[in-house]
Design a protein around this ligand. Sequence first.
Ligand code: ADP
Ligand code: MG
Length: 255
Amino acid sequence: MTAEGGLRLRGLRKSFGAMAVLRGVDLDVAPGEVVCVIGPSGSGKSTLLRCVNHLEPLDAGFVQVDGLLVGYEPRDGRLHESSERDTARARLRMGMVFQQFNLFSHLSALRNITLGPVKVLGRDPAEVEAEARELLARVGLAGHADKLPGQLSGGQQQRVAIARALAMRPSVLLFDEPTSALDPELVGEVLAVMRDLADQGMTMVVVTHEIGFAADVADTVVFMDEGVIVESGPADRVLRHPDSARTAAFLAHVR
Ligand code: ADP
Ligand code: MG
């Protein structure tokens, strides 16, 4: 990858009390690459995403997005916390889509999408609204702009959440099990939107149990266990011919 583009994780460590949850994670995600992260419950996948976008502070290591350090800067051979302004600027390069959607329940689908670009980026409300309507159409919800989250299905809410993330024009999207809170019949519509984004060249890191999606859409599959990346490589290779017995055992269990 180029020095400037994509996502670079180096030596990420994170403990909660005595429990080491990330024990040295290195990963590069090139612009346009789709990385699916798989692994057992409790292996540190959500913590990884939360540390990458600085929702959780790191104990050690660093994250770079588009060449910008996220939350830390090296000085005197050590990492120091960046200014709030620099941290905010780096974090804006990343969009996050959560398992539980996290929409504002008192705001319409449209307002959920326009809030960030208007309030955080200070963009022109009329222009943002036009763009939000285009985004709603892109995720198949053109007729639903004025509905509240409670009036939408889980699959529709998650598609609004994806549109909301896109409205901030991020260079990387992070997904934390975006379909695991959905009824089975609603999973496909969300995965289809994600597949379109991948086809359009979006850089994505997707924590998922959807092995079929990973096989079809991911460039790279990463298997995590106990806070480390056990193996990573081309999706086809890792999913069909894993190097590690732990990966093979996990895949046998989830398929
Ligand atoms: P995964 O997403 O792979 O299921 P998580 O990153 O959610 O794993 O959790 C990894 C471990 O860290 C689990 O044992 C979990 O209980 C613990 N953990 C996660 N977040 C916190 C937290 N804020 N405080 C304490 N323990 C946490
Ligand atoms: Mg998780």
